[in-house]
Design a protein around this ligand. Structure first.
Ligand code: SAM
Length: 331
């Protein structure tokens, strides 16, 4: 029986990278396998424990895994934890390889904000690629990236979400999904209709941004820990449309902060307590604030001294808060 299971599991692990079988006992595994559904040409009604190996065995997914499902994780040294580094995240040499569990960020958009340079699209994408490569180095296997990005312009519309998705995939990161962050109905505040009530040249006003999610080398986290997400938040967080109101730039003192609740949801969903969360473009430090609140470590980079002062002030006002009832046992 065990030999058969091992064969089946070896097959499943190499073809269906989700789930960590190493954490189950053999009897758990027997039950899991017995209760599995599998992909049929008409689909199945119940998806829990679904055996999707035939689906992922299709040519469509061929070559999409790097094949190196490493388990090597290096703890980040204590002297980098909960630190803000005041230089470009194109170089994160303070951080060892394989040490970060999650990166949450929103890059500069190169659109004329206080902190923006005036880069060509190619130069701008090169900057993002250098930072993504460094992030990939420091992420642990199974570590995730949650990359908040908005598309920009109208004449023409520049689909940064597509450029980043293609770039990350080319680097060998595994795309997990695309969250549509709805910032509020009608919040665009833009009157750039193009042509008012005329087919002459109407333009769309985006109410949303994206959070693109990737993992490094494998989909699961090889080492487990304590999750802190409750049932309702888990149900909300695992859908692809998130409605979260924007943060006020004036209140935070930064031109483009994202809401702490956005970072909190990502951290709850993708990390265990005590994990290290990286933000290579910290801005006002919303990711760090969320990490501190939820009992995770943060580390990040920001090149603007004024924003670094804001980060420290916000962190001083933040105390860790993990409601006991939200704690779940090991995943
Ligand atoms: C969109 S903002 C981030 C906002 C942040 N998510 C928040 O909630 O406040 C991007 C930030 O990246 C910083 N930045 C730009 N280039 C950078 C670089 N090469 N390395 C580190 N930070 C950089 C800018 O100064 C800016 O504060």
């Amino acid at each position: 029986m065990i030999k058969t299971l091992t064969n089946i599991l070896t097959y499943n692990i190499s073809h269906v990278p989700s789930g960590s079988y190493a954490c189950y006992s053999n009897s758990d595994l027997g039950q899991i396998l017995q209760s599995r559904t599998s992909t049929k040409s008409f689909g199945v009604s119940r998806r829990e424990s679904h055996d999707s190996s035939s689906f992922y065995g299709r040519k469509l997914f061929k070559g999409s895994m790097s094949g190196k499902a490493s388990e090597i994780v290096s703890p980040a040294p204590l002297n980098v934890l909960d630190r803000v580094f005041a230089h470009s995240s194109e170089d994160m040499s303070e951080l060892p390889d394989n040490s970060v569990a999650l990166m949450v960020t929103s890059p500069p958009y190169n659109v004329g904000k206080d902190y923006d340079l005036d880069l060509t699209l190619e130069e701008y994408l090169d900057l993002l690629e250098r930072v993504l490569k460094e992030t990939q180095r420091v992420l642990m296997p199974g570590g995730r990236i949650a990359f908040n990005v908005a598309n920009i312009g109208r004449k023409p519309y520049i689909p940064l979400n597509s450029f980043v998705a293609v770039m990350a995939s080319r680097l060998g990161l595994l795309m997990r999904g695309e969250i549509i962050w709805v910032k509020g109905r009608g919040v665009s505040g833009s009157c750039a209709w193009g042509s008012w009530m005329s087919a002459g040249n109407p333009t769309l006003r985006d109410l949303h941004e994206y959070v693109l999610v990737f993992s490094k080398d494998r989909f699961d986290r090889p080492c487990k820990g304590r999750s802190t997400i409750d049932r309702d938040e888990f149900m909300r967080a695992t859908t692809s449309v998130w409605e979260i109101p924007t943060e006020s730039a004036k209140r935070v003192g930064h031109p483009a902060p994202f809401p702490v609740t956005l970072a909190e949801r990502l951290i709850h969903l993708y990390t265990f307590e005590g994990d290290v969360v990286l933000d290579p473009f910290m801005g006002s430090g919303s990711t760090a604030v969320a990490a501190k609140k939820l009992g995770r470590h943060f580390v990040g980079y920001e090149i603007n001294e004024d924003y670094i002062n804001i980060i420290h002030q916000r962190l001083e006002r933040t105390t860790p808060e993990i409601p006991e009832q939200n704690k779940q046992s090991v995943a």
